[in-house]
Design a protein around this ligand. Structure first.
Ligand code: AMP
Length: 249
């Protein structure tokens, strides 16, 4: 069984992002970039499937600038077998990425496609769902557990007030939630091995995909600054302030 995993290069989650002075977006110049954390979980899950004999090949794909190669090498250091970079200098919106992935699903015919539930830069939470719709595949989003057997994937997902279990006929699309697994640390020998694994670079046009943006960002602003706090001498004064000033009691 082939597993295709989508990995996005995003601003590292430890970085405090700055908004560009013209409000056109976030400044990514000289900022540390990493694999989207949900995608690390997706790669880990696929590699575990290979290690337990459920999967035979794990292919990772990233869409974006040349530097996405680094993200793909990290995915191969976790254990993916080969990588595809769909290179584009333009910012790709979720619909464009979903169309690219649909073309790759047609080409590679994976039994399972695993994506993160959302990319931490745009927080769109759209690509997996759009891919499933475009490819006509069943989908289970926010997976907390995935078991594959007999041509089916059984997926548990956390929902408000409990857990829901779905059965999907393969091929299918799954998006990962935080609880699915804890990704391993990549080791130096595996980083070295990953350098020798195959990485193919193609363009969206090679797949016949139109990646022109369908949305326009009007404005990006920093969150409002928090106003300074005030010290109160005792609990009585605090309760008084909560009653008379904050009016929450
Ligand atoms: P989003 O819909 O943008 O929140 O992204 C959801 C998931 O889609 C991510 O966790 C990735 O698995 C995948 N994805 C989104 N953008 C890209 C990209 N440029 N390259 C590869 N995978 C992507």
């Amino acid at each position: 069984m082939k597993v295709l995993v989508a990995v996005k290069r995003v601003v590292d989650y430890n970085v405090k992002v700055r908004v560009r002075s013209d409000g056109s977006g976030v400044d990514v110049a000289n900022v540390k970039m990493s694999m989207n954390p949900f995608d690390e979980i997706a790669v880990e899950e696929a590699v575990r499937m290979k290690e337990t004999g459920v999967a035979t090949e794990v292919i990772v794909v990233s869409c974006g600038v040349t530097q996405c190669q680094e993200t793909l090498r990290t995915a191969m250091a976790i254990g993916a077998d080969r990588a595809i970079l769909v290179e584009s200098a333009e910012d790709l919106q979720p619909l464009a990425v979903a169309k690219i992935l649909k073309a790759l699903v047609d080409k590679e015919q994976p039994s399972l496609v695993i994506l993160g539930k959302q990319a931490i830069d745009d927080d769109s939470n759209q690509t997996g769902q759009m891919l499933a719709a475009l490819a006509g595949l069943p989908q289970a989003t926010f997976a907390a557990k995935v078991v594959v057997s007999d041509g089916k994937a059984t997926v548990s997902r956390e929902v408000d007030g409990g857990s829901e279990t779905l059965s999907l006929t393969l091929p299918a699309v799954v998006t990962t939630d935080l609880r699915l697994n804890e990704p391993r640390y990549v080791t130096l020998p595996n980083i070295m091995k990953a350098k020798k694994k195959p990485l193919e670079t193609i363009k969206p046009a090679d797949l016949g995909v139109d990646v022109a943006p369908r949305l326009k960002t009007l404005r990006v602003v920093e969150p409002p600054k928090r106003s300074a706090g005030a010290m109160v001498p005792d609990v009585k004064a605090l309760v008084e302030k909560l009653k008379t000033e904050a009016k929450v009691l």
